[in-house]
Design a protein around this ligand. Structure first.
Ligand code: IPE
Ligand code: IPE
Ligand code: MG
Ligand code: MG
Length: 340
């Protein structure tokens, strides 16, 4: 695969982690996808490219479109359908981020002010709707009913996940099972769909399409558990999001669910006050982090993420071995151990 469009320096900087290596391997494809994203976010209504451009130009890891590209390339697919579909997947993701930051009242995204903070909730929601609709136009242009089924299903399931999360927020009796249902829906489903459509455009067997789906599903679960750990303990600017948003909103994430299961009566009162009543002062977040450390639940949560990562790697065993497959295996490690 040609690497000519990246300088040596940029290549070695990117080669420092599995996501970077995958980006280098798929560099030409990704450039085509980024060009399509820029082209398709355009509109005569000026605020649309302004707001969408603010989010999209801020970068992001592009992990989901990379999954579609990797999955198609893994099976030796030589056409270009995966470019539109990868752009479509990133549009679905971008739309959910715009909506998610409104719902979570988050003021930072991708190292910049979030779109809602900068343009207001109304504009962020409506441009999110625009990007969702664009993603459907891209699916229709592709013309495959299978692809349309997979990605439209993912869109509906993501929305279900975000709504389910509304009903578990502030409920300290939330179970791990409920949490898993939420993260499968709001996050892992799109990872699964992104992988599956790559195999579908490559015309692979049902078993191989399912294997890619399983890989993506497990990757997405591991990725979200890691995200939920990072929301408490990320260090450095690289995360690009504010620390403590989940705590501030009373989100019931895995570390918290496990800490509550091990809590003393006084600690239970603390969690109820902070997460259910949202009665918090500045020092409470520090106290929460201390309790997560005390009960070792951050490490427990990452161990749980590692179990999913292992399952995802096993799912790949039915696809042909190649440098790309190895890269996807390594990406599992990145999903868990990442700091951004
Ligand atoms: C953020 O996803 C939303 C989650 C599912 C945690 P990413 O961490 O992939 O966001 P970007 O695209 O890199 O900004
Ligand atoms: C992300 O969940 C899920 C979707 C965007 C659908 P989070 O709320 O944990 O993601 P961040 O932390 O805001 O990126
Ligand atoms: Mg959020
Ligand atoms: Mg989060």
């Amino acid at each position: 695969m040609k690497l000519s469009l990246l300088s040596n320096k940029a290549q070695s900087a990117r080669a420092e982690n599995p996501l970077g290596r995958l980006t280098v391997l798929l560099n030409d494809d990704l450039l085509a996808v980024n060009a399509l994203i820029l082209q398709r976010m355009q509109s005569d209504v000026k605020m649309i490219p302004e707001l969408a451009g603010h989010l999209i130009a801020a970068g992001g890891k592009r992990i989901r479109p990379l999954l579609t590209l990797a999955s198609a390339a893994l099976f030796g697919y030589a056409g270009t359908r995966q470019h539109k579909l990868a752009a479509c997947v990133e549009f679905i993701h971008a739309a959910t981020l715009l909506h998610d930051d409104v719902v979570d009242a988050s003021d930072q995204r991708r190292g910049k002010a979030s779109a809602n903070a900068l343009f207001g909730n109304e504009a962020a929601v409506l441009v999110g709707d625009f990007l969702f609709s664009r993603s459907f136009q891209l699916m229709i242009e592709d013309g495959s009913l299978d692809v349309l089924r997979i990605l439209s299903n993912a869109s509906a399931v993501i929305a279900e996940g975000e709504v389910m999360q509304l009903s578990t927020a502030n409920d300290t009796a939330t179970t791990e099972e409920q949490y898993k249902r939420v993260i499968r829906s709001k996050t892992a489903e799109l990872f699964a769909a992104a992988c599956e459509v790559g195999a579908v455009v490559a015309g692979r067997s049902a078993a191989e399409c399912q294997a890619m789906r399983d890989y993506g599903m497990n990757l997405g679960i591991a990725f979200q558990i890691s995200d939920d750990v990072l929301d408490y303990v990320a260090t450095g600017k690289r995360l690009g999001k504010s620390l403590g948003d989940d705590f501030k909103e009373g989100k019931m994430t895995l570390p918290v669910i496990r800490a509550i299961a091990k809590a003393t009566p006084a600690e239970k009162k603390f969690w109820n006050r902070c997460l259910s009543d949202l009665d918090q002062s500045d020092k409470d977040f520090k106290e929460a982090v201390a309790l997560l450390h005390k009960h070792d639940v951050l490490k427990d949560s990452l161990d749980e993420a590692r179990r999913y990562a292992g399952q995802g790697i096993r799912a790949l065993s039915v696809v042909p071995d190649s440098p790309l497959r190895q890269s996807l295996e390594e990406l599992m490690v990145f999903a868990v151990e990442r700091d951004y």
